[in-house]
Design a protein around this ligand. Structure first.
Ligand SMILES: N[C@@H](CCC(=O)N[C@@H](CS)C(=O)NCC(=O)O)C(=O)O
Length: 288
């Protein structure tokens, strides 16, 4: 096994300390992956001490990703569709945390999510879904919170309860109130059942975008935010950025939302966000 010097030892050690249940070490799994990594952490530490400049966890994550691809068997699988904003959230979260993973495309356009084997493993029949040691789990926000609990390094949520409340208030306003009316089933219903044209769809989308994003912008203005909600991107940015991408696709005018645009610009400069972008996905294409 060849180790990349980008890896950071504390990340491995802290993650491994959380192992509490007995595991079958003959079976390839994420747990087994962490154990192997931990066993070699002394060597990694020597590499890291020599590193000429500080490395982000996103970079370490990419190194993990390469390693897990190389080793084939040690990879958490994220079922994802390139244009799915809920999948995009989890892709960002995985990159920000530096958790090794493999993106497995599920083609919503051809209803692959409704067929076996994916539909059999995931009763919610949608993306994202993540394969853990015990099962395939859906629901992006549940997955993001699980990632933060299971892999404590590089936390997405702040520690102060009042800040956790704010991050969740803003992120869940988007993930719950805004996601459903803009989702594929609602848009298909407007088109096929109500006979709505593209204008009708855009009017519907912009009405909900305006309602939720103006509340988010107000909160950002109250806090006088600069590049991120807090000092670095986390839980809120995982949800905001895919929504901003979708808002642009629908032709929504982001002019009246300067704080939100500033966060979007700052995130676009970071590799964790760039690697999660729909255009960077293995199933990316022009038509959906
Ligand atoms: N609440 C779910 C929403 C997931 C969701 O809406 N996924 C969409 C793609 S963004 C999907 O799979 N849709 C399947 C379909 O349109 O039939 C989550 O946060 O994960």
């Amino acid at each position: 096994m060849v180790f990349n010097p980008l890896m950071q030892p504390n990340f491995f050690v802290r993650s491994c300390r959380r192992l509490s249940k007995p595991v079958n070490l003959d079976k390839p799994s994420i747990t087994r992956f962490w154990l192997d990594v931990n066993a070699l952490s002394g060597e990694t530490e020597r590499y890291c001490r020599k590193a000429p400049y500080p490395l982000s966890f996103g970079q370490a994550g990419n190194a993990f990703h390469d390693l897990s691809r190389h080793e084939k068997s040690y990879s958490m699988r994220l079922f994802s569709y390139f244009r799915s904003s809920a999948s995009y959230r989890v892709r960002i979260a995985l990159n920000l945390k530096g958790v090794p993973h493999e993106v497995v495309p599920v083609d919503l356009a051809t209803d692959a999510h409704l067929r076996s084997p994916f539909a059999k493993d995931n009763p919610f029949k949608g993306v994202p879904a993540i394969e853990t040691d015990d099962a395939v789990h859906g629901q992006s926000m549940a997955i993001i919170e699980w990632l933060d609990e299971a892999f404590p390094a590089n936390p997405l949520l702040p520690t102060k309860p009042s800040e956790r409340l704010l991050a969740r208030e803003l992120a869940l306003a988007i993930a719950t109130e805004l996601h459903a009316p803009l989702g594929r089933p609602a848009i298909q219903h407007i088109r096929s059942e109500l006979g709505g044209d593209q204008n009708a769809v855009a009017t519907w989308q912009h009405r909900w975008l305006e309602k939720t994003l103006s509340g988010v912008e107000q909160r950002l203005e109250d806090r006088e935010t600069l590049n991120f909600l807090f000092d670095r991107p986390g839980y809120f940015e995982c949800v905001l950025i895919p929504q901003v991408y979708n808002a642009r696709l629908s032709g929504f005018d982001l002019g009246p939302y300067p704080r939100l645009r500033k966060i979007d610009e700052a995130c676009a400069r970071l590799s964790a966000f760039r690697a999660a972008h729909p255009d960077a996905q293995p199933d990316s294409r022009d038509q959906i």
